[in-house]
Design a protein around this ligand. Sequence first.
Ligand code: SUG
Length: 441
Amino acid sequence: MSALEVQIDRIVGPTHHFGGLGVGNLASQLNAGQASNPQAAALQGLDKMRLVASLGVPQLILPPQPRPDFHFLADLGYRGAPEETLKAVLESDPTLLSAAASCSAMWTANAATVTPSCDSEHGMPVMTVANLSASLHRSIEAAVTREELRALFRSGVRLHDALPGGAALRDEGAANHMRLAESTGKRGLHVFVHGDGRPEPRHHWPRQTLATGKAISRTHGLREGDVFHVKQHPDAIDAGAFHNDVVAMSHHDLLIHHELAFAPESESQMLRLEQRFAEISGKCLRMICIHSEELTLTDAINTYFFNSQIVSSSNSGKPVWTILCPVQVQHHKQAHRLIQRLCADGVFQDAHFVDLGQSMDGGGGPACLRLRVPVTEHELGCICKSAWWTESLDSDLRDIINDRYPRRLKLADLAEAEFCYKALETQRLLSSRLGHDLAGR
Ligand code: SUG
């Protein structure tokens, strides 16, 4: 049966701001307190979705999660009228106000880990919502994400709650998971990347644990021999690669990674991965290692080279692989040269450079902004129709964003009740245009 890879992106919300909350995330820390432009952020995201859809790749859209999250603030003891609550939080703990208003759910690569039906003993796609327990502002995403995925996929997927266990089972979803297969619908191998265990990074807390990868591989019904647990290089985490998708990218049978992406002790796992790939597919895994002389770790992190989004489609039966890179790659001599080389070598048939400045300033590139879901044609048919990208949906969403989103926002603006009422109303408008019928909205 033929299969496709669906991309799920989320509209950036009107409360998008630079809170400096990203653990081990250099861009987030560097831009903390700068004025953001929520309107530009949302439009940049929509531009990328339009580009992906124009390449013939199925694109789904989620609305922003409701922010500020007053339930979260109430759970922390801030009660009373919103006017008073917002001012009280700003005064006593601005970080909590920032967390309650964060639009970090835009980075949907962190929403869940996904296994297609062909790899699972359950015989249907399996998803585990990420608990994002490494950071306060992200841990509040999981409950709504679960409702959204249920509304999108209905009974077509086996949806697992976020893992329990808090810090011990830190899970950041697909950003630390790579599936390698001959093609979307063929049996695949699963690489789970974790950062804990000795030697630990010296400066930043690893966001994903080995125990998490093991738990997900069990609950997703994966074959033991098809699962690989690989440790992230502690130097990569220390240099600012807080997720694996900042130093490695993959699609089908292609894995491109920085030489410092994986810890030296993971070498045997990588060898086993290559062997296993050949066993199950009769083909060679295409592994491309980018050396520090070609692109330093620092430049890889500054440009988000490895966070480029790879999509494939076909043109008159011929596969077309396209890479969507951040414009920062185009502006960087070595990084740009690498993309040109990969295109000349036929790895990619096309490259686009996308301006996602507002997301990049929070530490998220093109690949962070999408969750990949491989589905069969039958499973595709079960997905909620109103969430698919169309010209008219795109145009209506842009109208709402152009009319109602602020162009400049600082944390203190989030303490204004009028602003927050309007933001919540705008989010409801976007949700209803997307036809989402979600509990609690
Ligand atoms: O979790 N940034 C996100 C960026 C996530 C990128 N995702 C992937 N690599 N897949 C994070 O650190 C910044 C929030 C702020 O600074 O206000 C933030 O949460």
